[in-house]
Design a protein around this ligand. Sequence first.
Ligand SMILES: [Fe+2]
Length: 216
Amino acid sequence: MNRDFEFKQLLRAYRSGLITEQTFEQEMANLEAGAETTSGTNGAGGFRAFGKTYANEREAIVAFLDRARVAEANAGIAFNNWANLCKTDCIRSGLRMISERESYHGRMFERRLRELGAECRATLSDDTRKFAEAISDQSLSDNEKLLRFNKLVPDPEAAVKPICEFAEMIKDDLETKEMLKLFYEDELSSTKWLQYACAALNAPAQASQTAQQPSA
Ligand SMILES: [Fe+2]
């Protein structure tokens, strides 16, 4: 039976006075314990991750690896394109390092996906494709590209937190779990560095714009 349905039934029974508060609490505890002991699930009739319910942990992992594989591989190419077009010496090699990170994430996720007996099926999301196109565009300046990244990822910690939360939820596939912990660290490092580069390189322009504004 669907766990949400069981919960609603229980709540209805309690509200209509069919069961006491004590019984209600006991039944709720049993329901939660039952969900926790079902292999490969984390409650709610399956495995909840990224706002979706998957049949089990493995399905959630396969879906994540597939989506991340295509996004990371594409970002690897895009950051390399940016590095090749980059006119700001101090960030060029940083962009190359990010490109290498993204590409190896893509390769490792594909490898893990195949080890799990799954296929590569996911395609790029529109947002990922548009961002990759923007940073590969030679008509946009490095500062503009940094600003666009900053707009897309205003809070690096918040942006990568779901990876960490997902890793924490994994109970059976410890190999993927540990891999995702390292992925989280890499992504946090890359996004924080881009945020810092954006602030450092755009600050002088923003300061001069402020200085040029007529005083009220
Ligand atoms: Fe990434």
